[in-house]
Ligand binder design. Structure first.
Ligand code: SF4
Ligand code: SF4
Length: 474
């Protein structure tokens, strides 16, 4: 690790005092974009009694599940050891999960819980007074937590700190008190149905381009990337990053599906499985995006939805989306990892691990491992397609976040802190001695790539589809 990257610790006040940037909001207001005029996206308005509205929303959105995480904490401090922020800055109490959660908990105590009325000092009840206080809270809940839920799994009382963080993020989103990146990505997903504002034309052209390349590579003009085909075995959804920056991941998938003789399709609309509502705490956005996918599958009468390699897309589409959208799960959804596993188990594709001989390790995406329960399946596939697989330690549910989770990749202002706390992950990667780190999440690809560059690691990030495609015996 080079000296330049054993960086000086940044001052935490430089993070928590970052101002509320409004340039994008002002532009959206001037342009009168639909998501603003229709009230889907809230713009910040200093005249609007924001502190009072915060308290109202706190009451309105409170659930039994949230309340139990508010009251169950016994302040034992055990969660501190699970947080990569805290482990990277052990002398900074503001990095402990319990400190972050307490910034929300104190407001709950003051306005909802009886203990705050009877013993306000004892339970440290308190309240934001000005919009600046709300902005300070914004910097804590968006800037100092990647919502990885590692602390949740290590709390003896079952406190879900990440749930409290998302709850506070959601209230602040309803007031327009959000980082610019959060506003911009939410706007794009509301306006275009996908997080990266990919137009339908770009989407279809990219798929066409990938199809032609595949036809050429395999010298077979019949190979297709089907769009809007009805009655297929599955509808394949993707992360818009695949269209914008990594279209090869789509051709890897198409190649594998071709050799598995699969009847599959991609939808013309409802193809974005990612869901910024998970990160911003905006359940309305969460419902809108998830519904797009579910309705596309129903429209095409697909038997299943297959979700490409994406952590928060998997969690949102497979688990949370049904609740946000209040949607009955008529069509099952699964990660493409399960699809690949079945192909290999049933002999629908043949693979040769010798084709991937470089040492490879696996990074568990927080949203797939801790919050999605897929632990052994990716390892099973990797052991079939790679000849030198090395486990990282700790791993599975105890794995550390790539440091770019929770939507942090879209919030440039928090990057210096993100890179500093990524040291835990960098050390973990380095200890494996692997040349490749494989992950089943496009968000983690970017998070890991950033830290590999920052800490000068001799490693490359790959994904499972790429390794399986490479190992195919044709
Ligand atoms: S959140 Fe859990 S682990 Fe952390 S201080 Fe509270 S009770 Fe202890
Ligand atoms: S969710 Fe992750 S980043 Fe956030 S406080 Fe807990 S361990 Fe730290």
């Amino acid at each position: 690790m080079s000296d330049k990257n054993i960086s000086k610790k940044i001052k935490i006040e430089d993070v928590t005092s970052l101002p509320l940037e409004l340039e994008s909001q002002q532009k959206a207001s001037k342009e009168k974009i639909g998501s603003v005029t229709e009230g889907k996206l809230t713009l910040y308005d200093r005249q609007k009694r924001n502190v009072e509205r915060f308290h109202e929303l706190l009451r309105k959105k409170m659930t039994r599940q949230l309340a139990s995480s508010m009251v169950a904490c016994v302040h034992c401090g055990m969660c501190a050891e699970s947080c990569h922020y805290c482990l990277s800055r052990p002398d900074d109490p503001q990095m402990t999960p319990v400190y972050k959660a307490d910034q929300i908990r104190r407001i709950f105590k003051k306005h909802i819980d009886w203990t705050g009325r009877v013993f306000p000092k004892w339970v440290k009840a308190g309240s934001p007074v000005t919009d600046e206080d709300l902005n300070h809270l914004k910097n804590i809940v968006f800037g100092t937590c990647s919502a990885c839920r590692r602390c949740t799994f290590n709390c003896p009382m079952g406190v879900d700190t990440a749930l409290l963080i998302r709850f506070a993020r959601g209230i602040l989103t309803d007031l327009g008190i959000v980082p610019e990146g959060v506003f911009n990505v939410s706007r794009d997903q509301w306006e275009t149905g996908n997080q990266m504002a990919v137009t339908e034309e770009d989407y279809l052209e990219t798929l066409d381009w990938m199809k032609e390349e595949l036809q050429e590579e395999l010298d077979n003009p019949d190979i297709d990337i089907p769009i809007d085909t009805e009655d297929c075995d599955f509808m394949y959804t993707i992360n818009p990053r695949e269209i914008k920056f990594d279209p090869r991941s789509i051709s890897h998938a198409a190649k594998i599906f071709h050799f598995a003789d699969e009847k599959w399709t991609m939808p013309k609309w409802g193809w974005d499985q990612t869901n910024f509502g998970l990160f911003s705490g905006d359940d309305k956005l969460g419902a809108y995006v998830a519904k797009n996918v579910y309705e596309a599958a129903e429209r095409l009468r697909a038997k299943r939805i297959v979700i490409s390699e994406c952590g928060h897309g998997y969690r949102s589409t497979r688990w949370e989306g049904y609740n946000w959208a209040e949607y009955d799960q008529n069509i099952p959804a699964e990660s493409v990892i399960l699809t690949l596993m079945r192909y290999i188990q049933n002999g629908r594709i043949k693979v040769n691990p010798a084709k991937n001989s470089e040492p490879v390790t696996f990074h568990d995406s927080c949203n797939i491992a801790r919050s999605g329960g897929l632990l052994e399946e990716p390892r099973w596939v990797l052991n079939k397609v790679c000849s030198d697989y090395r486990e990282m330690s700790p791993n599975r549910r105890e794995n550390f976040c790539c440091a770019g989770g929770g939507g942090l990749l879209s919030m440039a202002e928090y990057k210096p802190l993100r890179m500093e706390v990524a040291k835990i992950k960098a050390d973990q990667l380095k200890a494996t001695g692997a040349k490749l780190v494989c992950t089943i999440c496009h968000n983690c690809v970017d998070g890991l790539t950033d830290l590999i560059k920052h800490y000068d690691l001799d490693m490359k990030v790959v994904q499972v589809l790429e390794l399986v495609s490479h190992a195919l015996v044709v």
